[in-house]
Design a binder for this molecule. Structure first.
Ligand SMILES: *[C@@H]1O[C@H](CO)[C@@H](O)[C@H](O)[C@H]1NC(C)=O
Ligand SMILES: *[C@@H]1O[C@H](CO)[C@@H](O)[C@H](O)[C@H]1NC(C)=O
Ligand SMILES: *[C@@H]1O[C@H](CO)[C@@H](O)[C@H](O)[C@H]1NC(C)=O
Ligand SMILES: *[C@@H]1O[C@H](CO)[C@@H](O)[C@H](O)[C@H]1NC(C)=O
Ligand SMILES: *[C@@H]1O[C@H](CO)[C@@H](O)[C@H](O)[C@H]1NC(C)=O
Length: 119
C-alpha cells in the first residue's frame, strides 16, 4: 500500500512538472516536515511590462526554535509557459527563512502557488 502511495506521489509530481513547466522546487520533503506557509502570489496588471513581487517567509516572532526549511515549492499556475520566474533572493533550504522574487515574462501575468515546508 505504501509503495503504491509512493508511486502515485512520484507520478503526480512528474505530471505537475510536465503541465507547469516553469514551476520550481528547492530541497525536498522529508518525513516529519509540515506545511509552514502557503500563499498564492498573483500579478495580473497587464499593461506593466515586467511585474515582480517579493514573497517572504519568516518564522513566527518569538518562536522557541524556528522550523528548519526542508522544501520550497513555487508552482506556476499559468499554463503553457506564459508565467513567470521564481528565484531565491535570500535564505532557503536548511535555514529558518526565505525570500523569493517572482517575475513575469514581458507583458504576461503571473500566478504562483508557494508552499514552504519545514520541521
Ligand atoms: C504588479 O507589478 C507591477 C510592476 O512590478 C507593480 O507596480 C504592481 O503593484 C504589481 N501589482 C500587484 C497586485 O502586486
Ligand atoms: C491563480 O491560480 C489559481 C490556481 O489555478 C486559481 O485558483 C486562482 O483563481 C488564480 N488567481 C487569479 C487572481 O488569477
Ligand atoms: C540541507 O541539509 C541536508 C542534510 O544535512 C543536506 O543533505 C542538503 O544537501 C542541504 N541542502 C542545502 C540546499 O543546503
Ligand atoms: C537545518 O538542518 C540542517 C541539516 O540538518 C543543518 O545543517 C542546519 O544547521 C539547520 N539549520 C537551522 C537554522 O537549524
Ligand atoms: C534568516 O535566517 C538567517 C539564518 O538562517 C539569519 O541570519 C537572518 O537574519 C534571517 N533573516 C531574517 C530577515 O530574519
Amino acid at each position: 500500500m505504501k509503495t503504491i502511495a509512493c508511486c502515485l506521489v512520484v507520478f503526480l509530481s512528474i505530471s505537475v512538472v510536465l503541465i507547469y513547466g516553469d514551476s520550481r522546487q528547492w530541497g525536498r520533503r522529508v518525513s516529519g516536515d509540515r506545511l509552514l506557509d502557503y500563499a498564492v502570489a498573483v500579478n495580473n496588471s497587464l499593461p506593466v511590462p515586467e511585474k515582480s513581487s517579493i514573497y517572504r517567509y519568516l518564522p513566527a516572532a518569538g518562536a522557541y526554535r524556528p522550523p528548519n526549511i526542508t522544501a520550497i515549492v513555487a508552482r506556476d499556475n499559468v499554463p503553457a509557459g506564459k508565467g513567470g520566474y521564481a528565484g531565491i533572493v535570500s535564505g532557503g533550504v536548511n535555514q529558518s527563512n526565505v525570500t523569493l522574487k517572482l517575475t513575469s515574462k514581458p507583458y504576461q501575468r503571473f500566478n504562483f502557488t508557494i508552499e514552504i515546508y519545514g520541521r
